[in-house]
Write a new protein. Structure first.
Length: 439
C-alpha cells in the first residue's frame, strides 16, 4: 500500500463519514469524534492542571471552524459486537436542541450522553443495565460530583465499573466523553465487590464479570476497607493500586496472571519510571498489554489511576512485536506487545517515532500501524477483526491526519473506537493507538 494510495483512501474516508455525521449529529445520537476542543477554565487543583478544558463559550468563528473540521473527520463505527460483548465508541454530547437557551452544563451533557448510550445499546440489542465497564473523559475535574449525581439515576443498583480521568475532548464545547463495553442480551453479568470493602463512594462497581472476562474499575490509592486515601509518592500509590486489584481479582477467582490489558493514567510524566518499577513487580513474566498516558485525575490526592481487563480460562499467549525485517525483538519488562487468549488479541498502545525523522503525525501513524500489523499477523489477526480501538493524539490539530491514515488501513471505514487528546510518555510522540481484535 503506497503513501499515495493511503492519501486517496483517507480523502474517501473523510467524505463518506462527513456525510454520515450530518445525519447522526443530534441530541439522541451525538457526534463520535471532533477535531478541536475549545479552551476553557482549568480546575484549581493539580487534578486537572495537565489538561486544558473544553468550553461552550468559544467565539463564534472559532467554534464554527472547529465544528466544520469535526464534521470532516472520519467517524468510528458506533458499536461492534463480538463473543457476547458490545463495544461502544466514545460518545460526546450533541447539541441541546430541545432547549437551546438553557445552560449547557455537565448535568445536561451527561444526561444526553447516557441517553445516547442507551439508544446505541438498544440498536445493538442490549441495554444500560448490561453495561460492564465505562471510560469517562471529563473536561473539568470540578464536574465530577455533578456527573456522579446524574450517573446514580441511570444505575441505581449494580452499576458498571468505571474509569474517570480529565482530558481535553475532541468536540467543541463538550464537557464529557463516554466509551462503554456491555454484555450482549443473554450473556451473564455479575458485579464483583470484595467482602471486606465498603461500598464505593461514587456510583460504580469495582469490577463486573461477563462470561470469562472481568472488567476492573480505574483504581487509585484508596483503601477499600475504609475508603481513606493512601498518601504517598508514586511508588506507594502504584503498590496500593496493585494491592486493590489483587483483592478484587481474588474475589472473582482471578489472579494477576489472568490480566490481559491495562490502562495507566499518570498525572506527571516524571513519575513514569518509578511507576514502572513498582508496576512490574506484579508479574514474573509476560505482563499484560498496556497503554500509558498523562492526564488529570478527579482528585489532586492521586498520582496514578490504573484499570485492568482479565480473562479466565484458555491458553494465554504473550507476543512481542517483531522488527520490520522480521527478526525477534527482546520483550519489555513492563508490558507485552499483545496478549492473545481464545479468539481475542489485546494489543498495547504503540508509538511510531523513527530515529532521525521529523515529527509528522501521518508518518508516525503509518509506522504505528506497521508495528500493530506485524503484531497482529503474529497473532493471526487480520485488520478486519478489530473490535475496539483507542486513538491518542497529543494535539487536536493532528487528529484528522492520524484518523485518515488509520481509516485507510482499515479499508475506508474506522472500527469502533475512541479519540482521546492526551500527553504521551515520549516527548516526540504525536499519536498512540491500541487495539483489541476478535476472530
Amino acid at each position: 500500500m503506497t503513501p499515495l494510495f493511503l492519501r486517496r483512501i483517507g480523502i474517501a474516508c473523510v467524505v463518506v463519514f462527513a456525510a454520515a455525521r450530518i445525519v447522526t449529529t443530534s441530541s439522541t445520537d451525538p457526534v463520535v469524534v471532533g477535531i478541536e476542543a475549545s479552551s476553557g477554565s482549568r480546575a484549581s487543583s493539580r487534578a486537572s492542571s495537565s489538561s486544558s478544558a473544553s468550553s461552550s463559550s468559544s467565539s463564534g468563528p472559532t467554534r464554527r471552524a472547529a465544528q466544520e473540521a469535526a464534521a470532516a473527520m472520519p467517524a468510528f463505527a458506533p458499536t461492534a459486537t463480538h463473543g457476547g460483548v458490545v463495544y461502544v465508541s466514545g460518545i460526546v454530547p450533541g447539541p441541546a436542541v430541545a432547549s437551546p437557551s438553557a445552560a449547557d452544563d455537565i448535568t445536561s451533557q451527561t444526561t444526553r450522553v447516557l441517553d445516547a448510550l442507551s439508544a446505541r445499546l438498544a440498536k445493538a440489542g442490549t441495554s444500560l443495565d448490561r453495561v460492564a465497564t465505562l471510560t469517562v473523559y471529563l473536561a473539568r475535574a470540578e464536574d465530577f460530583a455533578a456527573m456522579n449525581r446524574v450517573w446514580a439515576k441511570y444505575w441505581p443498583a449494580d452499576p458498571p465499573s468505571r474509569t474517570t480521568v480529565v482530558a481535553s475532548l475532541p468536540s467543541p464545547g463538550a464537557l464529557i466523553q463516554v466509551a462503554a463495553v456491555a454484555a450482549a442480551a443473554g450473556s451473564p453479568r455479575q458485579t464483583i465487590h470484595p467482602k471486606a470493602w465498603l461500598k464505593s463512594p461514587s456510583p460504580y462497581s469495582y469490577a463486573v464479570q461477563t462470561g470469562d472476562t472481568l472488567y476492573l474499575a480505574g483504581l487509585v490509592a484508596r483503601r477499600g476497607t475504609d475508603n481513606t486515601t493512601v498518601a504517598g509518592d508514586i511508588t506507594i500509590q502504584t503498590r496500593t493500586v496493585l494491592d486493590n486489584a489483587k483483592a478484587i481479582l481474588a474475589e472473582a477467582g482471578f489472579g494477576f496472571d489472568d490480566i490481559v490489558s491495562a490502562r495507566v493514567y499518570l498525572t506527571d510524566l516524571a513519575n513514569f519510571g518509578a511507576m514502572n518499577d513498582a508496576y512490574r513487580s506484579a508479574w514474573t513474566r509476560d505482563p499484560p498489554a498496556r497503554a500509558t498516558i498523562v492526564t488529570g485525575l478527579t482528585s489532586a490526592d492521586y498520582l496514578v489511576e490504573i484499570s485492568f481487563v482479565a480473562v479466565k480460562g484458555g491458553a494465554r499467549v504473550a507476543l512481542t512485536t517483531p522488527s520490520a525485517s522480521g527478526t525477534s525483538s527482546p520483550p519489555s519488562p513492563n508490558l507485552s506487545s499483545a496478549i492473545g487468549v481464545g479468539p481475542r488479541l489485546f494489543l498495547s498502545g504503540m508509538l511510531g517515532m523513527v530515529p532521525g525523522a521529523a515529527p509528522d503525525a501521518a508518518a508516525q501513524t503509518r509506522e504505528i500501524l506497521a508495528r500493530l500489523g506485524r503484531t497482529m499477523a503474529l497473532g493471526g489477526a487480520p485488520w478486519s477483526t478489530i473490535i475496539d480501538s483507542t486513538v491518542y493524539v497529543t494535539d487536536l490539530a493532528k487528529a484528522r491526519a492520524v484518523l485518515d491514515v488509520f481509516c485507510a488501513q482499515t479499508g475506508g471505514s474506522l472500527p469502533a473506537g475512541t479519540l482521546v487528546i492526551a500527553k504521551l510518555v515520549s516527548p516526540e510522540a504525536l499519536a498512540e493507538i491500541t487495539l483489541t481484535t476478535g476472530k
